[in-house]
Ligand binder design. Structure first.
Ligand code: C5P
Length: 314
């Protein structure tokens, strides 16, 4: 058997179709009902055995990125979630050896699309392969959950509902194929800060509930039905910290978006522009891009969704 010394894993971004947020728990996290949906915007994570003479730390990190990705926001030290993923897998399996991790980023940084979590999930899959650990998917998911609430989903991809603090996943049937426009901001928002603002605005938040209407809309497929049930409880908190984002949402809606919401903890805005196979969708997509760019966003990126797999070795 050939042992590979380099493994590359492709991993998708996500948008939250429903993000229901309850009160802060005793451990500091919030109870969530979080419908994750993978979109065709990918990071590629490459792990490589570190050359023997180089004597690096256990992990060395480098990053490159698309023109719209702000690499200044990506820490290249042991605090990066991808580095922590490699260290955790090595500790748990006793099989690790020093690696170089390269992050080739297309997912916006600190944009509410779980790019850092996606990179950590991809690193788990890549190191598991490189080191020949062969962990079952459930063990990888457990390690992912220890790294962060959003890390298990990019292992699965497609569509899933997360409960607990978002890490307990159940795949959802979702046969629709959609198109999205994402409006990016050059300044990110800290997830922890947005949750703290949520607590300030909603000190009496009720327990989060799953939405039967969301489940039905996803099962039926069709952008019109889905657009009507998109919700994000963190949106008010994100807009309170970044009031400029409200104008972006309004511009996209006026230009014909079927649904518009802040993605996760923001500040990225997600616009559902139609069904992939609808002849009208490209026109709506172009109009939404024009309108949000005129509203002052730094850049836009379009993506498809509906059948986007999770972290995959390429
Ligand atoms: O789990 P993760 O490390 O991604 O969370 C980042 C921050 O977001 C946490 O430190 C916490 O402030 C907040 N958070 C939360 N409730 C969740 C998930 C995240 O309060 N369910």
């Amino acid at each position: 058997m050939t042992v590979s010394t380099t493994v590359t894993v492709r991993v998708p971004a996500k948008v939250n179709l429903q993000l229901a947020v309850g009160p802060r728990r005793e451990d500091g996290f919030h109870a969530l009902v979080n419908v994750f949906h993978a979109v065709s915007l990918f990071d590629e994570v490459t792990v490589k055995e570190a050359p023997p003479r180089q004597e690096p730390g256990f992990v060395t990190l480098s990053a490159s990125g698309g023109t719209r990705v702000d690499l200044d926001g990506v820490p290249l030290d042991a605090t990066n979630l991808a580095a922590r993923a490699a260290v955790l897998l090595a500790e748990e399996t006793g099989k690790g050896s020093p690696v170089e991790i390269h992050l080739d980023k297309r997912i916006p940084v600190a944009g509410g699309m779980a790019g850092g979590s996606a990179d950590a999930a991809a690193t788990l899959v890549a190191c598991d392969r490189l080191w020949g650990c062969g962990l079952p998917e459930t063990d990888l998911a457990d390690l992912a959950a220890r790294l962060g609430s959003d890390v298990p989903f990019p292992l699965l991809g497609r569509t899933a509902v997360g409960t607990g603090r978002g890490e307990i996943l159940e795949p959802l049937a979702a046969p629709g194929r959609y198109r999205w426009v994402f409006a990016l901001s050059s300044r990110g928002l800290s997830t922890a800060r947005v949750f703290a603002e949520y607590d300030r605005l909603r000190p009496d938040a009720p327990a989060p509930l799953p939405s039967p209407a969301m489940r039905e809309a996803l099962a039926a497929g069709g952008a019109a039905a889905l657009g009507a049930v998109l919700t994000n409880d963190l949106e008010r908190a994100a807009l309170s910290l970044r009031p400029d984002v409200a104008g972006v949402l309004a511009a996209g809606r006026e230009a014909g978006a079927i649904g518009a919401l802040v993605s996760g903890s923001g500040p990225t805005c997600a616009f559902l522009v139609g069904d992939e196979d609808d002849a009208a969708t490209p026109g709506v997509e172009a109009a939404v891009v024009r309108a949000v760019e005129a509203a002052g966003v730094d850049s836009c990126v379009s993506a498809g969704s509906g059948d986007v797999p999770g972290a995959t070795v390429v």
